[in-house]
Design a protein around this ligand. Structure first.
Ligand SMILES: CCCCCC(=O)SCCNC(=O)CCNC(=O)[C@H](O)C(C)(C)COP(=O)(O)OP(=O)(O)OC[C@H]1O[C@@H](n2cnc3c(N)ncnc32)[C@H](O)[C@@H]1OP(=O)(O)O
Length: 342
């Protein structure tokens, strides 16, 4: 598959400036303009696998694309965030540079099969004066696994602007990554053998996202907590200024990671026997860089009927609210059996 520049993956480009109104720029060019330079090659080597692989769809025909997989959860169901991100890439392909993704709504209707690629069939629902809507079916074995609607809007500034205040948390520089935390636990001399296997399996997972929990979990210590969680997150590797639509696709991928688990936090006496996202909705509020640290604030306002509702807010480091998401998932649990103390 030919290596593509960041700018053309979503078919348009807009700089991800820190102000609220991205300016149209040409497709991404290596900083010094010489694609063979050591700096450009370094960027190419460090470019996020999300850009070079996961979100780099192959065009099969008009409005028909094919996506491949990079990381698959232990459930061996395709990661929901991958399917959402790839669907948004497909939707954006036929949307002009002057339009920006502002929302998407998806249903996961069948489990994704990691053994075969995913086809994305795009339906150009409407190209309005200010808003453009695309509908995408992610298809495997001739059946939809995801149905997604995405909407794009021209920039239309307004005097109506407000947002919540970003939670006050330590900066990412003061926190450890998930991998560093696992290595720290593995270094404990009194760690039971049975825990080492699980932790080493976690270390082996090549998730293309870096995560720094604000309140690091104490592995294998079961305490109930409020259904709220905070992480610093960013795509692994370099994405660069480039294309705001691409950063939205990466944020869609990131938004589904570790979100549903928020609903399980108050129930340490139970573990998920069957858990899967049923739907996912996302709203994009301002420009941001998905390859820079962003604070992911997760909470679950409700759970019941074998389902959990979880909501997330992605904050830029400067306190600007970048994106919001909501998701309901099926949560079938069973009591955790612990070895008797006797
Ligand atoms: C790491 C981050 C992960 C983040 C979350 C994700 O990405 S999850 C990935 C994205 N989301 C998805 O893949 C969900 C896609 N949608 C679906 O798969 C389907 O719509 C659905 C399973 C939710 C609902 O379909 P159905 O109504 O036909 O299925 P149903 O609910 O009856 O059964 C589904 C599975 O649950 C099991 N099941 C049924 N009742 C159960 C119960 N009381 N206790 C335990 N398990 C039960 C069944 O055996 C079956 O397992 P078997 O299926 O083994 O027979």
């Amino acid at each position: 598959m030919a290596e593509r520049k960041v700018g053309d993956i979503c078919g348009s480009s807009a700089s991800t400036t820190s102000d609220d109104h991205p300016k149209d720029t040409l497709d991404l060019k290596p900083e010094d303009g010489d694609p063979e330079s050591p700096e450009a090659q370094k960027d190419q080597d460090l470019k996020s696998v999300l850009v070079t692989s996961v979100l780099n769809l192959e065009e099969i025909d008009v409005d028909l694309y094919r996506g491949t997989h990079h990381w698959v959860p232990r459930t061996q169901r395709l990661f929901g965030g991958q399917i959402i991100g790839q669907a948004l890439v497909a939707a954006a392909k036929s949307v002009g540079d002057n339009l920006y993704a502002h929302s998407l709504h998806c249903y996961f209707v069948r489990a994704g099969d990691p053994k075969v690629p995913v086809l994305y069939q795009v339906d150009r629902i409407r190209d309005g004066r200010s808003f453009t809507v695309r509908s995408v079916r992610a298809i495997q074995h001739g059946q939809p696994i995801l149905i997604c609607q995405a909407s794009f809007q021209m920039l239309q500034p307004s005097p109506l602007q407000h947002q919540f205040t970003m939670p006050a948390v330590p900066p990412p520089e003061d926190l450890l990554t998930a991998e560093e935390l696992i290595r720290l636990y593995l270094s404990k001399p009194d760690l039971a053998e049975k825990y080492k296997l699980g932790l080493n399996k976690l270390l082996a997972i090549e998730v293309p996202i870096e995560i720094k929990p604000v309140n690091p979990p104490v592995f294998y210590k079961v305490t109930a907590s409020e259904p709220k969680n905070l992480f610093w997150v960013r795509a692994r590797g370099y994405i660069g200024e480039g294309n705001m639509k691409l950063h939205c696709c990466v944020a869609a991928y990131v938004s589904d990671f570790a979100l549903l688990g928020t609903a399980l936090l108050p129930y340490p006496g139970y573990r998920a026997q069957f858990a899967a996202s049923l739907d996912h909705a996302m709203w994009f509020h301002s420009t941001f860089r998905s390859d820079e640290w962003m604070l992911y604030e997760c909470e679950s306002p409700w759970a019941g009927g074998s389902r959990g509702l979880v909501q997330g807010r992605l904050w830029r480091r400067d306190g600007v609210l970048a994106a919001s998401c909501s998701q309901e998932g099926v949560l079938r649990v069973k009591p955790v059996t612990r070895p008797s103390k006797l």
